[in-house]
Design a protein around this ligand. Structure first.
Ligand SMILES: Nc1ncnc2c1ncn2[C@@H]1O[C@H](COP(=O)(O)OP(=O)(O)OP(=O)(O)O)[C@@H](O)[C@H]1O
Ligand SMILES: [Mg+2]
Length: 354
């Protein structure tokens, strides 16, 4: 092959392999070497590529000259990577050749899988209360038609189920709005201790009913941050509500706001909001998944409490939008700590995807 054509292969940004008329590899760029291994030139393509669907496609293109598209799966032991491989006929000096290019489609496949999981989860979460509603409607029309006491009780349950559906839909809408504006930084200055106090006052009855003592450790006087007050309120409500709901009677929930300090993770001045409980805690292996939509440590218990499993997903999005960090620590029997680190001014650059 002419040097020029080899230069072209080398210049391609995707893994590219050129197979010549004698079915041996004529040229492969650095990306292809990284994918398929060293020393490709001169080898028969069958000994390198090995996957039957890909071999069939190459042979087909050699035979009739029409382009083909197929799949190649590579694994490095830890992770599978899926490639769309294009096979195109090229005329080389001494006969026909086939050019292969590999496009990594792993992210597309993952996004597709996430979308399918999400739809399945939403359907499942909506179906449970809907089934209950339909069942009670039938009972109210039939056996319980004349029973005033039963009617009252069933209507109460129906209300709870309908409220659960309403909350679920509300949370989903709030998540999709958050996703839409995640890149838009908040601009409003707000007084954080005041906002936290007002949330804690609002949740005091809930804590009392649950037999949980709510302790606040907030700095005296105002402390201004730039943020979105409705959203930061939502973060506080979610975290404190969780701590109260999952800790159980007799537990203590402490809400702390630290004064501003330099936060190395933000590379800027920031404050720390900490919600600690003396509840049962959970195995740290759940931590990475806790902010996924619908993920619950104990799904039965959470559902019983009316939870949708969306609270922490919403918290995570809001914290991201504020260019902050969410840190979770827990161990069985040791309680849990949820820590939100917020930049004082939402201008700090984000250096990682966390
Ligand atoms: N303080 C905590 N102690 C123990 N477990 C917790 C705590 N906070 C959260 N969890 C666990 O994490 C799960 C996810 O919490 P998240 O707030 O996302 O959902 P939820 O509380 O079930 O529902 P929602 O917040 O939408 O009403 C909970 O179901 C619970 O199992
Ligand atoms: Mg919650």
């Amino acid at each position: 092959m002419k040097a020029e054509a080899r230069d072209l292969i080398d210049a391609m940004p995707l893994p590219a392999v050129l197979i010549r008329w004698d079915e041996r590899i004529d040229a492969a760029n650095a990306e292809a070497t990284a994918l398929l291994g060293e020393g490709l030139a001169g080898r028969h393509f069958i000994t390198v590529l090995r996957q039957p669907v890909l071999l069939d496609a190459i042979e087909g293109t050699f035979r009739d000259g029409t382009p083909r598209k197929t799949r190649y799966l590579s694994t490095d032991g830890r992770q599978d990577t899926a490639f769309d491989v294009a096979c195109r006929a090229v005329a080389l000096e001494k006969g026909p050749g086939v050019l292969l290019t590999f496009a990594d489609v792993t992210h597309l496949e993952q996004a597709g899988q996430m979308r399918r999981d999400f739809v399945a989860n939403v359907s499942h979460e909506l179906r449970t209360p809907l089934t209950a509603l339909l069942g009670f409607i039938e009972t109210l029309r039939g056996p319980a038609r004349e029973d005033a006491a039963a009617r009252e009780r069933f209507l109460g349950i129906m209300e709870t189920e309908a409220e659960r559906m309403e909350r679920l839909v509300g949370d989903l809408l709030s998540l999709s709005r958050l996703e839409a504006e995640e890149r838009v930084r908040p601009t409003e200055p707000l007084d954080l201790p005041e906002l936290m106090s007002s949330v804690l006052n609002g949740l005091a009855p809930l804590a009392e009913e649950a037999g949980v003592s709510l302790v606040r450790d907030l700095p005296e006087g105002p402390l201004e941050v730039v943020g979105d007050s409705d959203q930061l309120r939502q973060v506080m409500v979610n975290l404190v509500e969780n701590a109260v709901k999952y800790s159980g009677r007799g537990a203590q929930v402490t809400v702390r706001l630290s004064p501003p300090t330099y936060q190395p993770r933000l590379r800027a001045e920031g404050v720390e909001i900490e919600v600690t409980d003396t509840g049962p805690g959970f195995d740290p292996l759940h931590i990475p998944r806790l902010t996924e939509r619908f993920y619950r440590v104990d799904s039965h218990r959470s559902r019983e409490m009316g939870g949708t499993g969306l609270g922490l997903a919403i918290v995570k999005h809001i914290v991201n939008r504020h260019r902050g960090r969410l840190r979770i620590e827990s161990a069985p029997g040791k309680g849990s700590t949820f820590r939100v680190i917020l930049p004082l001014r939402a201008t700090a650059a984000r250096s990682d995807g966390a």
